[in-house]
Every structure is written in C-alpha cells, then in structure tokens.
Design a protein around this ligand. Structure first.
Ligand code: URA
Length: 216
C-alpha cells in the first residue's frame, strides 16, 4: 500500500491563508457588534460591517450605512448601492470580488416623523470608527482602496483633503496603501438635471475603471 502523503488533503497555501483571514474578519465583525466607541450604537438597529472575500485586492469605502443598510445589516444594499453595482459593472468590475465597507459602521439619522433622514457623522465619530477600518485593512492587505466621497477620504487620510482637487488621483493612505479618490454614489443620485447626471455617472465609471491596473 503506498504511503499516505500528509499534504494531500491540505488546502493549497493561498486558500488556507484566505480561510484564516476570513475567520479573522468574521471575529472582527462579531467584536464590532458590541462596539460602544461612540454613541451611534444607541440609535442604530445594528452594526453594518464590511463584506466581501477575504482575498479581495480592492476595498471600496463609503460613508456610513443608510436606512436600508441599517435594516438589512449589509453595506450598500439601498439606492446608492444599486447605483454603485451598476457603475462597477459598467467599469468591468465584479462587486463580488471586492470588499465593501464604510467609514462609520452605524447609521446616523434624524427622526422626522416616521422617516429617518441621513445625518453626517462628525469628526469624532469618524475617528473612533477608523479603528475598525484600520483593523479590516490589516487583515485584508488590499492592493488598492477606493474612497467613495469626502467622509471616506477624511477617515483614510486622517485629515481633511479636498475631494474636488484630488478626485481621480491615487494618493497613499497613512499606511502607504494606494488610495483612489472619487465621489460617493449618493452624490450622483442627487443631481437633478438628466444630462449632468449622465455625465457625472460616466466620470464615476471612468474613476472606477482606474482600479484595474492595480488588480491581478
Ligand atoms: N452609503 C454609504 O456610504 N454606505 C452604505 O453602505 C450605503 C449608503
């Protein structure tokens, strides 16, 4: 009988590494569910942590979950998420290979009657939540991060940076990871003029397409 080779049933190293990373991200997510680093947890339904493959080379960072994301518990599943998915598709990028997350992991809102209106997170909330974002990057070690809008840019750079000036450029985060700057998809949803909206969408798709040279 031939001797059994020990390595035969072991997964290849890349798979084993992804599996370990995935488990660590899962553990981080469970830890975040108990987060009280700022007061937003008191009002939100649940934490909305990042999601995507542990092997993702590309990480997309938004602002904070919206009303729908707060209900469902997943990032970018509302109107801005649908637009993001369409634009990624147009840019030739499959969302399922990306890790999608937010600068702030709880929904911040103002209650107006039955409606919950989006409220911008303040600098303290963004800074406290940057701890989670940093922990996600430490595990994922992405090749490229995309900052979707001003909040993500502030969180990732650790200081105020002009979005309009840097849009379409690749900067470096505080840890040296390449960071592509673009607008938030919600910005596109707010443009009323059809032609302007179409142009802005095309520019956003072109920004997203700039990620491709960074990905293998
Ligand atoms: N806007 C964001 O920034 N993130 C989401 O998850 C949804 C909307």
């Amino acid at each position: 009988m031939p001797a059994r080779t020990e390595h035969k049933h072991k997964p290849p190293p890349a798979f084993a590494e992804d599996h370990a990373k995935g488990a660590s991200i899962g553990a981080l997510h469970r830890q975040a569910e108990k987060c009280q680093r700022c007061d937003l947890y008191k009002y939100a339904t649940q934490v909305v942590f990042g999601e995507g493959p542990a092997s993702a080379q590309l990480v997309l960072v938004g602002e904070q979950p919206g009303d729908r994301e707060d209900e469902v518990g997943r990032p970018f599943v509302g109107p801005a998420g649908r637009l993001l998915d369409e634009c990624l598709h147009e840019a030739g990028i499959d969302r399922s290979v990306c890790y999608v997350t937010n600068s702030v992991k709880h929904f911040k809102f103002e209650q107006r009657g039955k409606r919950r209106l989006h409220a911008r997170p303040n600098a303290g909330e963004i800074q406290r939540c940057a701890w989670w974002l940093g922990a996600e990057f430490d595990l994922l070690e992405p090749k490229l991060i995309v900052a979707l809008g001003a909040t993500a840019l502030y969180s990732l750079m650790g200081r105020s940076v002009g979005l309009t000036k840097e849009r379409g450029q690749v900067l470096r985060t505080m840890n040296g990871t390449p960071l592509l700057v673009t607008v938030h998809p919600s910005y596109l949803l707010r443009i009323r003029d059809r032609e302007d909206a179409q142009k802005a969408r095309q520019t956003f798709v072109a920004d997203l397409a700039r990620t491709k040279p960074y990905l293998s």
